[in-house]
Design a protein around this ligand. Structure first.
Ligand code: GRF
Length: 205
């Protein structure tokens, strides 16, 4: 049976769409069980509906973190999610959530972590003046943008870059490595030792 991916997003949803394309082409042997947004009207929800994927809004405004996360967990269980992929989900998850899916929650972040966690990572990188930035797919743990790193891609920062041009160059790499990381995790090809994500010997990847 195909593994079931759930996507959590808050906005545009381009990473979701890239994953959906890889599922449709067969490059990713999985199905997208549900797309959940905490923001009503997120563009990613409309994209999911267009593709015939269940799209659910669970508004988070004004809700306490643990209570909200419990709702999320319930919905994800209802859709029998094997893997939860955060794709521009603008909300910090509580231990209630993380412990419900141990090593089963992934996130993508638009910097080479541990540099520039948090919001506006591309702007942070530009303002700091780094020459190389990039993106990171990692397991989600109880700290922000912190869990074990599965894959990273480096992107050169050009002299003339603005936040928009750098973000666009990084986004291209995000779209590539997120599906690749999902594939590795779903195939059981990696394990976590301390903080290190190590490829299992003989794993067929
Ligand atoms: C991406 O840059 C991702 O790294 C970050 O939020 C953005 C989401 O973009 N976490 P999209 O909604 O997938 O287009």
């Amino acid at each position: 049976m195909k593994k079931r991916i759930a996507i959590l997003l808050s906005g545009r949803g381009s990473n979701f769409e890239a994953i959906a394309r890889n599922v449709a082409s067969g490059a990713l042997d999985a199905e997208i069980a549900v797309v959940i947004s905490n923001r009503p009207g997120a563009a990613g929800l409309a994209a999911a509906e267009k593709l015939g994927i269940p799209a659910v809004t669970i508004p988070s405004r004004g809700m306490e973190r643990e209570a909200y996360d419990a709702l999320l967990v319930e919905e994800l269980r209802r859709h029998r999610a094997d893997l939860v992929c955060l794709a521009g989900f603008m909300r910090f998850l509580s231990p209630v959530f993380v412990r419900a899916f141990p090593n089963r929650v992934l996130n993508i972040h638009p910097s080479l972590l541990p540099s520039f966690p948090g919001l506006e990572a591309q702007r942070q990188a530009l303002e700091h003046g780094v020459k190389i930035s990039g993106c990171t797919v990692h397991f989600v743990d109880e700290d922000l943008d912190h869990g074990p790193i599965i894959l990273q891609a480096a992107v050169a920062v050009e002299d003339g870059d603005t936040e928009a041009t750098l973000s666009a160059r990084i986004l291209k790499e995000e779209h590539r490595i997120y599906s690749e990381a999902i594939r590795l995790v779903l195939a059981g090809a990696v394990r976590v030792e301390n903080r290190r994500v190590i490829q299992n010997r003989g794993a067929r990847v």
